[in-house]
Ligand binder design. Structure first.
Ligand code: ATP
Ligand code: MG
Length: 403
C-alpha cells in the first residue's frame, strides 16, 4: 500500500505576487530530492504538497525531505473523503496503528474548509466518540494527551495525522541566485554554506589546497563536506585551486605579518574570477568577527577591498559555541573535526597583523607578480560536481545526472 505525505511550507506564504515562483521552485526541489524513489506522485494543491509513495520508500523520502529548504513540516497522513463517517473510520484506522493499551488521546480539528457542515468541536466530539466505541483500551485527555490526532478539513479533502516532522525552513534553494562559498575543511565554512543554502542560494564551493603540503585526506574531507551540503542543496560544484605556488611566493616575498591578509586577498581574487565564470553573484565565507587575527574589522576591510563582488559572512555575529551547535545539528561537525593539514595553518606567520594598512598590503602585493600567479592558478582549477551520497549509486547505475 502507498503512503501519503503532506508537506507544509512557511515563509513562502508571506510572498506576494512572486509566490508561484517560490512554490514552483520548491516543487522542483522536492521532485529532485525524491529521485531514485520512484514511483511516486507529487501534487501541489492550495499551498500544500502531497507525495504518494510506496511504503517501503517512506522513511527514505522523509529523511530527504527533512533537508529541503522551504519545508517547515511533514506529516504522514491518512486521506478521507469530505464525509464525517469516512473521517471517523480513517481516524480509527490511524489510531490503531499508533496506540498502546491504556493510552490517552485527543482529537483536534482544523477546518479551513468552512463549507463542511460540521464545526471543529462537533468533529472532535463525533470522531472521539467513534474511537471510544471501538473497544480499544483508550481514554480521552484533552489537556495532556499521549496521542494527538489532528484532522484537517480542507477543500481538497480531509487529512488525518498524529505527528509532524520538522523541515529546515528557509527558502527553496535556487530562488536567490548563485553564490560561491570559500570552503576550508574547518567547522565554520560548511555552516556558512548551509546558511547560504537556507536563504535560497544555489551553492558552488571553492577550496584552496597546497599539495604536497596538504594531502588526500584534506581533499576527501572537503569532498565529504560538499556531499553533505548537497543533501541540502541538490548538488554542489566544487572548484579546487592549486595554491602552493602562490603561498610560497607570498611567504618568500612579503612581510611576515601581512602574509595571511595577502593570502586571503588572493583567495578572494581567485574566487571572484571563478564566480564570474560560474555566474555566481556573491561570495560566502565562514568568518566570524574577531574569531582569529585575520578576522578583525581592519583585516576584513582590507580583504574585502580585493574584490568588487559582495562578500557575505553569515556567521559574523556567532560565537564558536553557536557555530559548533549548528555544525552538530547539520552533521558537518564530525567531518570537519577529522584531522587534516590545512593550507593556511601550514604557512601561518607567528604574529599576523590585526590592523593591516591597505597601502602597505598593496605595495607588498606589487612585488609578487600577481597577474601571472592568479592566471596560472585559474588555469589549473579542477571542477567536480558533487551529489548527495544517496545519489551516488543512482548516477553510477544510470550513468546520467539525476538533475
Ligand atoms: P573554518 O572553520 O571555516 O576553516 P577558520 O576558523 O579556520 O574557519 P580561517 O582559517 O581564518 O578560519 O578561515 C576563514 C574563512 O576563509 C573560512 O571560513 C573560509 O571561508 C575561508 N578559507 C580559509 N581557508 C580556506 C581554504 N583552504 N579554501 C577555501 N576557503 C578557505
Ligand atoms: Mg580554516
Amino acid at each position: 500500500m502507498d503512503s501519503l505525505l503532506l508537506i507544509r511550507y512557511g515563509e513562502i506564504a508571506l510572498k506576494g505576487k512572486n509566490r508561484p515562483f517560490f512554490e514552483r521552485k520548491l516543487l522542483q526541489n522536492i521532485r529532485t530530492a525524491l529521485k531514485g524513489l520512484e514511483p511516486f506522485k507529487l501534487d501541489f494543491r492550495r499551498g500544500r504538497y502531497y507525495v504518494r509513495i510506496a511504503r517501503e520508500n517512506l522513511h527514505a523520502a522523509q529523511k530527504r525531505l527533512c533537508c529541503i529548504f522551504g519545508i517547515v513540516s511533514i506529516s504522514t497522513v491518512f486521506e478521507a473523503d469530505l464525509d464525517l463517517e469516512d473521517i471517523s473510520r480513517k481516524s480509527l484506522e490511524l489510531i490503531k496503528q499508533h496506540c498502546r493499551p491504556g493510552m490517552s488521546f485527543k482529537v483536534e480539528t482544523k477546518r479551513p474548509n468552512k463549507r463542511f457542515p460540521y464545526t471543529s468541536p462537533q468533529i472532535n466530539t463525533e470522531v472521539g466518540a467513534f474511537i471510544m466505541q471501538s473497544g480499544l483500551d483508550l481514554s480521552v485527555d484533552v489537556h495532556k494527551p499521549e496521542l494527538l490526532l489532528t484532522i484537517e478539513v480542507r477543500d481538497e479533502g480531509a487529512y488525518i495525522y498524529t505527528s509532524r516532522l520538522r523541515g529546515p525552513g528557509g527558502l527553496p534553494v535556487g530562488v536567490s541566485g548563485r553564490g560561491l562559498l570559500l570552503l576550508s575543511g574547518g567547522i565554520d565554512s560548511p555552516v556558512a554554506g548551509w546558511m547560504a543554502l537556507k536563504r535560497g542560494i544555489e551553492l558552488e564551493a571553492i577550496h584552496f589546497h597546497s599539495p604536497p603540503f596538504t594531502g588526500e585526506a584534506a581533499l576527501n574531507k572537503v569532498v565529504d563536506l560538499c556531499q553533505l551540503l548537497a543533501e541540502y542543496g541538490g548538488r554542489v560544484r566544487l572548484h579546487l585551486v592549486h595554491f602552493t605556488d602562490i603561498q610560497k611566493e607570498i611567504r618568500l616575498r612579503s612581510p611576515e605579518e601581512m602574509a595571511i591578509t595577502i593570502m586571503r586577498r588572493y583567495m578572494m581574487k581567485i574566487a571572484e574570477r571563478t564566480a564570474h565564470r560560474m555566474k555566481a553573484r556573491v561570495l560566502y565565507t565562514g568568518e566570524s568577527l574577531g574569531q582569529v587575527s585575520s578576522q578583525t574589522l581592519d583585516n576584513i576591510a582590507v580583504i574585502d577591498n580585493a574584490v568588487s563582488l559582495p562578500v557575505l559572512r553569515p556567521l559574523i555575529g556567532l560565537d564558536k559555541d553557536e557555530i559548533t551547535a549548528i555544525a552538530r545539528k547539520i552533521n558537518s561537525y564530525d567531518i570537519s573535526t577529522r584531522p587534516h593539514e590545512d593550507c593556511c595553518t601550514l604557512f601561518v606567520p607567528q604574529h599576523p597583523s590585526t590592523r593591516p594598512s591597505l597601502e602597505r598590503v598593496q605595495a607588498a602585493e606589487e612585488k609578487l607578480g600577481e597577474k601571472e600567479l592568479i592566471e596560472a592558478a585559474l588555469e589549473k582549477i579542477e571542477a567536480r560536481v558533487i551529489y548527495p551520497a544517496y545519489f551516488a549509486a543512482l548516477t553510477n547505475r544510470n550513468r546520467e545526472s539525476p538533475f
